[in-house]
Ligand binder design. Structure first.
Ligand code: PMP
Length: 412
């Protein structure tokens, strides 16, 4: 057989006419291309959304892992159930009760991060050309998944109170009038990625009502729900409609992303399909990771650890908002997140965040241009800034540098 050769760095792709049509939607995200540049130490990266696990007590993790291997190693290192570890599924029910969800362990599918849950849900529901409604803007990783299944994403406007119900109604009517099939609404109601805002309680009720009337499934993606800086967690959409909502959760932000443990809670019939899709994909989610999370939740003060995470992120959020207020030129606006990782900044009229990025990187600061969060090229006047990873001092320095770049752009 004549095997095509390629050398590292070669741009020739001898397989190009053999790929499946769905690969057309698989392009490197702007975030990904940025990581290489933004990881240089002299650059303050406000781009990546990596959780800061400096607050994770590694000795407690080491202790948990050592005991797991010593006491239950032959189970932890074996294949497991496609649906996930039963003990962990019970503990996940306890976690979700904090957001008003009453679930049974059997409703839950454990996944390789909530990213795999997104993949499974999309695989189970989407045929090429099906429409997914998603907030404008929306999570870049979800948009990549939707693109890889050739979904047609229709964005629905949002503001500081989340998805705008009237726009949702109009979008449903318009898409259906055009003869297209909407498979689900994808929403991030808490500490939205990238906008940082929450859907208000009133809007939650309206969105549920509209979707119920329109017979539209909701995918509620909620990795940041427990990372609010003030008060109690907000009530999940799933808490008020167990039949109409698939809820996705994750331990990436409340414990550690490297374990890759997330989950989906779905109506029974959907749950069965998700497990079949998961088994075809990974046989079982990693038992070792699941048992580590489970043992940690059982033996360590996990809830007080979440408080430590919240305090750390709140201090960083404060540093970012303070620096924005002090440094940004008039005409720049931004959201005021009460939790999570992100601030959404909109530039003075006429400026383009994507075009400005190379100059920002030269000035040693990086961000993600708003266009990364839209399937349709919008968002050029905005950018996402993350406050989760850099120290408060670095955040202040990064915002100062960014403000200088924006001011210079205005003078051009
Ligand atoms: N959904 C949203 C909104 C996210 O921000 C992320 C991570 N950045 C994920 C899902 C995926 O997280 P994980 O797979 O680590 O659970």
């Amino acid at each position: 057989m004549n095997v095509p050769q390629s050398s590292p760095g070669s741009r020739l792709d001898n397989y190009v006419d053999r790929y499946a049509a769905r690969t057309a939607g698989m392009t490197a995200s702007e975030v990904r291309a940025l990581f290489a540049v933004a990881s240089r130490p002299e650059v303050v990266s406000l781009a990546g959304g990596m959780p800061n696990i400096d607050a994770l007590p590694l000795d407690a993790v080491a202790d948990t892992v050592a005991r797991l291997v010593a006491e239950r190693g032959t189970v932890a290192l074996q294949y497991g159930s496609g649906q996930g570890d039963e003990t962990l599924r019970g503990q996940i029910c306890d976690v979700m009760r904090l957001e008003g969800i009453e679930a049974h362990p059997d409703d839950i599918t454990v996944t390789v991060g909530s990213q795999q849950a997104l993949d499974l849900v999309t695989r189970v529901f989407i045929d090429p050309g099906d429409v997914i409604l998603a907030e404008a803007p929306s999570y870049v990783g979800a948009l990549s998944t939707f693109a890889s299944y050739q979904a047609d994403v229709v964005h629905v406007a949002m503001d500081e109170d989340g998805l705008i119900p009237e726009h949702l109604e109009n979008a449903i009517t318009a898409v259906r009038a055009a003869g297209k099939r909407i498979k689900f609404l994808y929403t991030i109601p808490n500490f939205h990625n990238p906008m940082g805002v929450c859907m208000s309680a009133e809007r939650r009720a309206r969105v549920l009502e509209i979707c119920r009337r329109a017979d539209l499934l909701i995918i509620e993606d909620n990795p940041y729900g427990l990372l609010g800086f003030d008060g109690e967690p907000m009530r999940a959409l799933r808490a008020d409609d167990a039949d109409g909502v698939v809820y996705l959760g994750s331990f990436s932000k409340t414990f550690a992303p490297g374990l890759r443990v997330g989950w989906a809670v779905a109506p029974h019939a959907v749950r069965e399909k998700l497990v079949l899709a998961a088994e075809a994909s990974v046989l079982s989610p990693p038992v070792f990771s699941q048992m580590t999370v489970s043992a940690y939740l059982e033996t360590q003060p996990w809830r007080s650890q979440i408080k430590t995470y919240r305090e750390m992120y709140r201090e960083r959020r404060d540093a970012m908002l303070d620096a924005l207020r002090t440094c940004m030129p008039p005409g720049t606006s931004w959201t005021n997140p009460a939790g999570g990782f992100f601030v959404w900044v909109t530039l003075p009229e006429g400026l383009d965040a994507k075009a400005m990025l190379p100059r920002a990187v030269t000035a040693r600061v990086a961000y993600v241009p708003g266009t990364a969060f839209y399937a349709d090229g919008f968002g050029a006047s905005s950018m996402r800034l993350s406050f989760c990873y850099p120290t408060p001092e670095r955040i202040r320095e990064g915002v100062r540098r960014l403000a200088t770049v924006i001011s210079e752009e205005l003078e051009l």
